[in-house]
Design a protein around this ligand. Sequence first.
Ligand SMILES: [Fe+2]
Length: 222
Amino acid sequence: MSEPLYQRQLMEYAQDLARAYREIRESRDDFLKLLVTLVELKAPAVRGHARRVAFWSLRLNEALGRPLEPAALKAAALAHDVGKLGLPDRLISSWVGEGDEDRELIEAHPLLGASLLEHVAAFSTWIPWVRHHHERWDGRGFPAHLAGEAVPLGARMIAIANGFDHRMHGYGGEPAYTLAGTTAWMEQNSGAGFDPELVRTFLSMPLEALWANRLWLEEVQG
Ligand SMILES: [Fe+2]
């Protein structure tokens, strides 16, 4: 006996919805990949940085008991520096400015990134994490000089992942640090640039093993 018509229709609706949702998710991922590729085209020196920041942010999120939705955090971490597309080429890779005008441009990149991403309504939950990823725990960051827990948690997490990756790879004319050098630098900055609680959790992770496996793990997480 055939099943009632309405049941079959409901099943078809459910399948259509699942397909539409999958397509939306895939287009979001494709769009984020496109943004990352654009930044890397303009700044080959930072190739892989956004994906590694996403990797370390997600690891920290897990170590904290997953306070943030992983897909949102990953998206924000991937897109955190997309505002660099609005900077002159000489400032994108080197990050070393000359004079007040360059400093103002550099400090504007989180705002530029946030205003670019605001064109996509679905990104609204995590755009503040992009806007504030250069704030500091002590309030001496930019662009809004927020301090402590007034800095959104996602932004505080990305700031740590960002700082860690820049030290490990070298950036802006500075050589790469060793893992020991990087962790010492993070401890020094705990309570100044970084949220001390987050630094403590980050440093409690098996960093050496994660570092060795980071590229493989990046692939797995897609
Ligand atoms: Fe940045």
